[in-house]
Ligand binder design. Structure first.
Ligand code: SD4
Length: 326
């Protein structure tokens, strides 16, 4: 994955907005330093900085971490230029946009939706699944029915631009050959700590572009795409979800923090675990972001090109993650 992606276009705007260019240098990414002040919002992919900033606004206003991350993730879901999340997300091989999302709070409550169609803000549906049902996960038609019954409205999520991209792909792949497109990883996984020192996490995605219809990724699977333990920390994942699911990646990162590793070390451990099964597979990318209860953060990916966004009292910046395979 090249670092010419739109994350970095947005980074340019950030830098011109007053942040120092050297904040993006790899030497500044190790994240072991405690953050000044306890409020923190951190998310996968630099392009989601508006989401961490929105979440932080909520944290500053005294809202809890769950409401803050929901508000932050909704920014990405509403953004038609983010082709990996919500409205404007790239469709599956049949041209249908299907979305996955999950959310988890400081009490260990969790909710998620898989393969939901026609609802722009699946993170809010996941939150309602958590609050209003006895279940953790709803999928497909059932998830949509639940959303509609709870006041969400049905919308066409396929933008003209995403439809054209799909049609071009279709022409080149007449037999519907599934291939991971590295240009389309912008899934948002966001972790936040509020002023009660409570940690929450959430993820929202349209999943892998051109996936088989009905495919569900790691994002709505609690423990795979996202996991939070309020005693130790939280983790979120992005990239090829099949590899994250097979290693229950986010749970693994949090469990390694429980064992005493820093967020950075825990992310590295989980990426190395994936590498064992994914050696020589250069078509994939996986990235983790983690934070612990001290407000320390870390990120690590399999290959070059993963970025993440951080907003605290002191700063709001995009950072480049270190990666395993040089
Ligand atoms: C998935 N993990 O559905 C998601 C895709 C992703 O950035 O993260 N894209 O497998």
């Amino acid at each position: 994955m090249k670092i010419t992606r739109r994350d970095f276009v947005k980074t340019g705007a950030l830098v011109s907005g007053g942040l120092m260019a050297n904040q993006l240098s790899p030497s500044n990414i190790f994240g072991r330093q405690p953050v000044d002040g306890k409020l923190i919002a951190v998310a996968t992919w630099g392009g989601t900085i508006k989401s961490t900033e929105k979440a932080f606004e909520y944290l500053k206003a005294g809202k809890n971490s769950l409401d803050a991350l929901e508000a932050g993730i909704r920014v990405a879901e509403d953004d038609p230029t983010n082709t990996s999340v919500g409205y404007g997300g790239l469709p599956d091989e049949d041209g249908i946009v299907t979305l996955d999302a999950s959310i988890m709070d400081w009490n260990g409550n969790a909710g998620s939706v898989g393969c939901i169609e026609g609802i722009k803000n699946p993170i809010s549906v996941a939150k309602l699944v958590m609050h209003r049902t006895k279940h953790v996960m709803l999928v497909g038609g059932g998830a949509k029915k639940f959303a509609l019954e709870n006041g969400f409205k049905e919308e066409n999520l396929l933008t003209e631009s995403s439809r054209k991209t799909w049609e071009e792909w279709r022409k080149k792949n007449p037999h519907g050959v599934y291939r991971v497109d590295e240009k389309n990883h912008d899934t948002i996984g966001l972790l936040a700590i509020d002023n009660s020192n409570n940690l929450s996490g959430g993820v929202s995605t349209s999943g892998m572009a051109w996936k088989l219809h009905g495919r569900v990724g790691d994002s709505p699977i609690i423990g795979a795409g996202m996991f939070v333990d309020n005693e130790f920390g939280g983790a979120v994942a992005t990239g090829n979800g099949e590899f994250v699911m097979r290693t229950v990646g986010s749970f693994l990162v949090v469990e390694k923090m429980r064992d005493g590793l820093s967020p950075q070390e825990a992310c590295e451990y989980a990426i190395k675990r994936i590498y064992k099964t994914a050696k020589n597979n250069r078509d994939i990318q996986i990235g983790y972001v983690a934070i612990n209860k001290k407000g320390e953060y870390g990120a690590f990916s399999l290959y070059d090109g993963f970025t993440y966004a951080l907003t605290t009292e002191k700063e709001s910046k995009v950072m480049k993650s270190e990666f395993l395979v040089k």
